[in-house]
Write a protein that binds this ligand. Structure first.
Ligand SMILES: Nc1ncnc2c1ncn2[C@@H]1O[C@H](COP(=O)(O)OP(=O)(O)OC[C@H]2O[C@@H]([n+]3cccc(C(=O)O)c3)[C@H](O)[C@@H]2O)[C@@H](O)[C@H]1O
Ligand SMILES: Nc1ncnc2c1ncn2[C@@H]1O[C@H](COP(=O)(O)OP(=O)(O)OP(=O)(O)O)[C@@H](O)[C@H]1O
Ligand SMILES: [Mg+2]
Length: 269
């Protein structure tokens, strides 16, 4: 078995999908998990990007169907979490509107993130390091602060935190460990980015969101493809078992190996 075949098997990616069937399967998965968990629904952080828009569509269908079938209300709560001013925040609001979310809120992470950064910089002085936090380091604090706030709200409202990780991110480990990677349930797992977009189009994700370049939004000008040096088309081809250029294969497999610690259970002795 080649490494490509092993990765595809581990991440459970199919070479092609039927959007309608995949949506049904994933909505059913969310419904049965929520029902068994005894919670009141789902919390999804909406960034204005594609993955969270698709997850929002799935969550809303699941909680609407549960409400109808069980005769009591199940919620999908959409949480917008800008750091200061978010230039594309209108896409988050458009997503919530497209899926007719009844419950939304905005929680700005800027002050909390800057407070953490100040404490880190203060602490580092004690070991003789006099510098600001690095841009990627502070980016990870943003992702983790979002997670802290999501879990605080989820606890208060008896909700589960929904993650947006999918196979194209899992293979590269392109998420913050214990940040956006720390969630209760991942309805997009086993899909590559092309398939996430296919499902998004089927669900009615706003066109502007379907068309935009994927970004973590952790610093100005950041895009996934620029940071990783790999196009999602190539990443998706690889996960569909297709032949890709040798340099693409090498890069993907190198990210996969380096980020194994994010996908594995915590090592102990
Ligand atoms: N071998 C090992 N075994 C166990 N743990 C290991 C380890 N190597 C590092 N670590 C730990 O992992 C930490 C590094 O991992 P992590 O903190 O995640 O940091 P890292 O993987 O370096 O950075 C996160 C990456 O994900 C991207 N990201 C973040 C958030 C959202 C999105 C998005 O698409 O929206 C993308 C971000 O742009 C960046 O490229 C180290 O500080 C260390 O604590
Ligand atoms: N500004 C934000 N507000 C709310 N949630 C956010 C924000 N930034 C990131 N998130 C959360 O972190 C997740 C990971 O971000 P990621 O960029 O991978 O997904 P996305 O933005 O939904 O889609 P895309 O990858 O196409 O940009 C998001 O899906 C969302 O749940
Ligand atoms: Mg994004």
């Amino acid at each position: 078995m080649s490494l490509q075949e092993q990765i595809i098997a581990e991440l459970g990616v199919k070479p092609e999908i039927n959007a309608e069937q995949e949506v049904r399967r994933r909505v059913d998965f969310l419904k049965s998990y929520v029902k068994d968990s005894g919670t009141s629904g789902l919390l999804i952080a909406i960034s204005g990007g594609l993955d969270s828009a698709v997850a929002t569509g799935l969550c809303k269908r699941a909680t609407d169907e549960l409400t109808e079938e069980l005769g009591r209300e199940f919620k999908t709560l959409g949480v917008f979490q800008p750091y200061g001013q978010q230039p594309d925040i209108e896409h988050s609001y458009e997503t919530a509107k497209a899926f007719q979310l009844k419950y939304t809120m905005e929680t700005n992470v800027e002050d909390a993130v800057n407070e953490v950064a100040l404490e880190v910089e203060h602490g580092m002085k004690n070991i003789g390091v006099h510098q600001h936090m690095s841009i990627p380091g502070k980016g990870n604090v943003k992702a983790r602060m979002r997670m802290v706030i999501q879990y605080a709200i989820a606890f208060e409202q008896n909700l589960l935190v929904v993650g947006t990780d999918h196979a194209s991110e899992a293979i590269t480990g392109f998420y913050t460990k214990w940040g956006d990677g720390a969630v209760d349930i991942t309805p997009l797992s086993t899909l590559n980015k092309r398939q996430v977009r296919q499902i998004g189009s089927y669900l009615g994700v706003p066109q502007a969101v379907l068309d935009k370049a994927p970004t973590a939004g952790l610093w100005e000008g950041q895009t996934d493809e620029k940071e990783l040096g790999i196009k999602y088309d190539d990443n998706s081809d690889y996960l569909e078992g297709k032949e890709v250029a040798p340099e693409v294969r090498e890069k993907l497999e190198s990210y996969y190996r380096r980020t194994a610690h994010k996908r594995n259970a915590i090592p102990g002795i």
